[in-house]
Design a protein around this ligand. Structure first.
Ligand SMILES: [Zn+2]
Length: 100
């Protein structure tokens, strides 16, 4: 791997309780992330359909971002880098088809 390759080589996909994206309404029932564990409450997520950033609530369902959530991301170089990485991956892959 060259120095330009900054993508991780490992991601974990986990099932989460089926719930609607707070922005586009698509059903989200799985999550793939940079952390090698299933999403936990308060973890951030990105909708694979509309690319909005959301937060996993106490039941690991997506909820809209609050101003405090945005402040947390803005203050964390690690979170900004991870979100940028994931959005880059999503940008190079078309969203999955919608069946409804
Ligand atoms: Zn969405």
């Amino acid at each position: 791997m060259g120095s330009q390759s900054k993508q991780r080589e490992a991601y974990l996909t986990s099932r989460v309780p089926a719930a609607l994206c707070p922005a586009c309404g698509c059903v989200l029932d799985a999550a793939t992330g940079t952390a090698l564990h299933a999403p936990r409450p308060s973890d951030f997520g990105i909708c694979c359909q509309c690319r909005i950033i959301f937060v996993f609530d106490s039941q690991r369902k997506p909820r809209p971002m609050t101003p405090d959530d945005w402040a947390e991301i803005a203050g964390s170089a690690r979170l900004l880098a991870e979100i940028q990485e994931l959005r880059g991956i999503l940008a190079s892959n078309p969203p999955p088809p919608r069946f409804w």
